[in-house]
Design a protein around this ligand. Sequence first.
Ligand code: 3PG
Length: 214
Amino acid sequence: MTECAAMSALLEGVTVVPVVVVQDAGQAVPLAQALVRGGIRVVEVTLRSGAAMEAIERIAAEVPDMQVGAGTVTTVGQVQAVARVGASFVVTPGSPFSLLDAVADSGLPVLPGAGTVTEMMRLRDLGITLQKFFPAEASGGRAFLRAVSGPLPELRFCPTGGISADNASGYLGLGNVACVGGSWLTPKDALASGDWTRIERLAQEATGLAVGVA
Ligand code: 3PG
């Protein structure tokens, strides 16, 4: 199975992927458990904090109902490191070939980022038809995705960057959107105070999002 096919299989039936910045690795397991209680089964832990690697390792080891991926992966060394700690998949904000090669070597499923038509076509030419559209709102949002569905009908996207409870269902209503990602389910203040009840509720609301009209 290719890295893209494996990613599609992993995201089968998933509509929302929380994008989390974990500042304290000790919170990783209760956070993941709260998300699982809220109906989430795939989470992206971004490498934007010193605690990220340990957080991924702990979730992978201790929360069997959660598939944990590493996000904001931008270097070859990071690909190798997240593979070592047990990440289930890799998310990249952009897609330099060196990074894609490293992911292919790791054997991990990948959701690679694209923000322009040319980047989307380059990934398509590599057989990668499921892509992260990033930064979604800043790059043209729903109008952009609707426009690329004409020339690139074979592509499916997971938009992230500026997605919220207010606009998520609008994205999910587009024919070329497989799922959405975002940090709105895990607000900084809720994480800081360990408010797992609030995070569980936000997760429940997100997984219950009705598919809107494009
Ligand atoms: C990402 O890394 O996918 C995005 O930065 C998440 O963006 P958000 O914080 O706007 O949801």
